[in-house]
Design a protein around this ligand. Structure first.
Ligand code: XMP
Length: 371
């Protein structure tokens, strides 16, 4: 089913989605519905619940990579819709990813831990099925080899995890999912919620995963969301990595540093994996939003502009703000850098954060997330 089957904002469209799940899965034993609080997983669970009723158990897996206070916040937001059971697998998943540096290795290890957790809960409830919020963009990007979305599973993986999945939204894009969410009457804070990747803060603690970096990105996230909520951006978040400089240079008065860590980008349909580059100084009149055009985006998929540098502390926080409809491409909005400096100063007050920079790269050639 897709948009061609009817207007996504119509009630009949929702009824068709429900009917499709009922006719395909009406006979199953039962299913756990993994809800993260994001619009995709919440709408999927709602459709499954409407179709299969008591056979669906809404659960929340605490992976250890969620934002501060997130599990309880989501449970409260969904009160009256779902009785959400929280299952804490933080230590199990965190320790299986700790020490890994490569973006894909981190994602794959996370996926193993996540589905081990889902399987454990499904077994407890004697269910063979899991409902999940995979949408079209997740599949397009994983199949295209851009990055391994944690929730895109092939037959072999499903067999290994011992699960079968119901994915009611697999043919829809994000803005269509939001329309369905409105039709169902989900709370506004869920409908409008900015996407949060399944592997959560794991992909924003860029490079080698250890707990100090994870805590720093969690603190910075609270500051960024408090300052930018409600301003109409599609996604806004920080990422943190070690302030380790691999190279310094200057071209035509633009002074920059290149970090040792690696981050992902996309050129054509191919994934790139190169070093973030931060511009420290540039001549008056330079348009920072155009800087990325002058650099080799395969080597430097993310180009940043420095906002604050305390010259002490071991980490940099990158602020990423984008506007997009389909999340396949995204623009960086034009924001006054002096306004951003106020936000940057607050982030830089976190001990161990040395510098704060603004990512000025659209997608492509960057990806929205760093890993
Ligand atoms: P990228 O970084 O690929 O992100 O440009 C596109 C959109 O997808 C979100 N994202 C994910 N969502 N599981 C998810 O559920 C994932 O593994 C994942 N990786 C990226 C990202 O936040 C953005 O909205």
């Amino acid at each position: 089913m897709g948009i061609e089957d009817g207007n996504v904002s119509s009630k009949t469209f929702v009824e068709k989605l429900v009917e499709k799940v009922r006719s395909q899965y009406g006979d199953i034993d039962c299913a756990v519905a993994c809800i993260s609080g994001g619009v995709d997983s919440t709408v999927s669970a709602a459709i499954a619940k409407l179709a299969l009723g008591d056979k669906v158990y809404p659960i929340y897996i605490d992976t250890g990579f969620m934002r501060a206070g997130e599990a309880e916040r989501v449970r409260q937001a969904l009160k009256g819709f779902f009785d959400l059971e929280i299952h804490n697998f933080a230590e199990d998943i965190l320790s299986s990813v700790e020490g890994l540096s490569d973006a894909e290795e981190k994602r794959i290890a996370f996926r193993e831990g996540f589905y081990r957790a889902v399987k454990r809960v499904a077994d407890e409830k004697r269910c063979s099925w899991a409902v999940q919020g995979t949408i079209k963009a997740d599949v397009v990007e994983t199949v295209g080899g851009i990055k391994t979305q944690h929730n895109v599973l092939n037959e072999e993986l499903l067999k290994r995890f011992g699960l079968r999945v119901i994915e009611p939204l697999i043919d829809l894009y994000k803005h269509e999912v939001r329309e369905v969410a409105r039709q169902i009457g989900l709370p506004r804070q869920i409908v409008e919620r900015q996407p949060f990747p399944g592997p959560g803060l794991l992909v924003r603690a860029v490079g080698k995963l250890h707990r100090e970096k994870l805590e720093l990105v969690r603190k910075a996230t609270e500051i960024v969301e408090r300052n930018l909520d409600g301003k109409g951006y599609s996604q806004y978040f920080p990422a943190v990595w070690e302030y380790q400089v691999a190279k310094e240079g200057s071209i035509d008065g633009v002074e920059y540093v290149v970090f040792s860590v690696k981050a992902t980008g996309v050129v054509g349909n191919t994934r790139t994996y190169g070093h973030p580059l931060m511009v420290r100084r540039y001549p008056a009149g330079v348009d920072v939003l155009e800087l990325y055009r002058y650099l080799d985006s395969r080597s430097y998929p993310h180009v940043l502009v420095e906002l604050v540098n305390k010259s002490e502390g071991g980490y940099i926080a990158a602020v990423r703000i984008v506007k997009t409809e389909d999340f396949i491409t995204a623009e960086v909005p034009r924001i006054d850098l002096d306004d951003l400096r106020l936000l940057a100063k607050e982030i830089a007050s976190i001990p161990r954060i040395r510098a704060v920079a603004f990512d000025v790269t659209p997608k492509p050639p960057a990806t929205i997330e760093y890993e």
